[in-house]
Design a protein. Structure first.
Length: 404
């Protein structure tokens, strides 16, 4: 009787020391690998466990984090999936797992965290014969794994916070890309609408005053979404502004832009681009369409038509295989409507696309309205069409109206 009490007292002391050691390691914020090593040492050296394999589920797969007393081949042959439904300590039959005697499922808030396989129970100095040892081994494993889970959650929160800050910075950078003020005069008015698919996107529009009687309007869409697309578009905007200060020749501008995109994007990022330069003194508009959705224009009050002349998307070939500059002369008035493919590719619950036909209908109906009113009418039409379905891409609209 006395001998039994001494053994029990020694066991309690060993368990207490093990808990103190593990708790201290957790409080010291040791990495995951160190916690597993302490767990290994505590069970093997202090509690004299003979055989053990600890399996932890990660990314829907079981991974053995700690094992001793058996070969790696034995660990690899354990049918872990077979024991996922176990709720309490279970003795294992020879046919189930020859090298281990017991399995201990470790759960936290009904979630299975780990499966512990223990072997050579009869030879353990402090074994699993009593419920105390079983409970302690389960508790110790639970403490370790909950601490590791908490560390993972904390790490994920830090990563999410860092990503959120990156998005916020990218959003601020992108806001600087767009012109702060657009002309809103009796004779000339420009309006734009921009809605990114995520917090930041890869669409871009601009109005650049070249001189008192000449300006450039443009719209662009980079392949991809999110921060990489926004950063690429930021470089694109800076390059465009630099080139426009140097030349008004659209062939030179798109050729240089194409070369820079090809280099910086490694041939994996492409940009569709439309640019038009209007000269009031000559009443002419020159334009180039680089694989972009063709804008619609009403010239001198006549029928609408698309602006299609230009070249292929930028960043795919260097040099560009061809460049054709479109030109409209004797342009006393015009109404220009540009957009990115997020508009025409918006879908309804039946997965039908909004399409170019509906875009043209809205433009036809709004020819006598102001650009901002036309943009709003277009968004009202597409939002009604979507019936709550999410956009699949960024949506950008640029409208301009001029009369001499």
């Amino acid at each position: 009787m006395l001998q039994t009490k001494i053994i029990e007292s020694n066991l309690k002391e060993l368990e207490l020391n093990a808990l103190l050691e593990v708790t201290e390691a957790i409080n010291n914020n040791l990495p995951e690998e160190s916690l597993y090593k302490i767990y290994h040492f505590t069970l093997l050296a202090n509690l004299k466990v003979k055989k053990l394999a600890l399996f932890v589920e990660s990314d829907d797969r079981w991974s053995c984090k700690v094992f001793f007393g058996v070969d790696a081949k034995v660990v690899g042959s354990i049918p872990v999936d077979r024991f996922e439904e176990e709720m309490k300590v279970k003795s294992l039959r020879q046919a189930e797992c020859a090298d281990f005697d017991h399995i201990i499922p470790v759960r936290h808030k009904n979630k299975l965290l780990a499966l512990v396989f223990v072997g050579d129970v009869a030879e353990m100095e402090v074994g699993i014969k009593g419920s105390s040892a079983t409970t302690f081994l389960e508790a110790l494993t639970n403490i370790i794994l909950v601490a590791i889970e908490n560390k993972k959650l904390a790490r994920q929160q830090l990563e999410q916070e860092a990503f959120r800050k990156e998005l916020e910075i990218a959003k601020q950078v992108q806001n600087y890309l767009f012109p702060k003020d657009l002309p809103s005069l009796e004779a000339f008015e420009v309006a734009a609408y921009y809605q990114p698919h995520h917090n930041v996107g890869g669409d871009y529009y601009d109005y650049i005053q070249i001189d008192e009687g000449k300006f450039l309007l443009c719209i662009a869409d980079v392949s991809g979404k999110g921060v990489p697309a926004a950063l690429m578009m930021s470089n694109f905007q800076a390059s465009l502004h630099t080139l426009v200060r140097q030349t008004n020749d659209l062939t030179t501008i798109v050729s240089e832009l194409n070369h820079q995109i090809k280099i910086s994007g490694n041939g994996e990022i492409f940009i569709t681009f439309f640019a038009a330069i209007f000269c009031r003194a000559e009443n002419t508009m020159q334009y180039v369409n680089c694989g972009h959705n063709p804008p619609w224009i009403e010239a001198n009050g006549k029928d609408l038509f698309e602006l299609t002349k230009g070249t292929t998307v930028l960043g795919m070939f260097d040099p560009l295989p061809f460049v054709e500059i479109g030109k409209i002369e004797q342009l006393d008035s015009f109404y220009l409507f540009c957009y990115t493919d997020g508009l025409n590719e918006a879908i309804n619950p039946s997965e039908e696309e909004f399409g170019e036909g509906k875009i043209l209908e809205v433009i036809e109906a709004g020819r006598d309205t102001k650009p901002n009113q036309l943009n709003q009418a277009m968004m009202d039409a597409v939002n009604s069409f979507r019936q709550g379905q999410e956009y699949r891409d960024d949506v950008t609209i640029l409208s301009a109206k001029f009369k001499s």
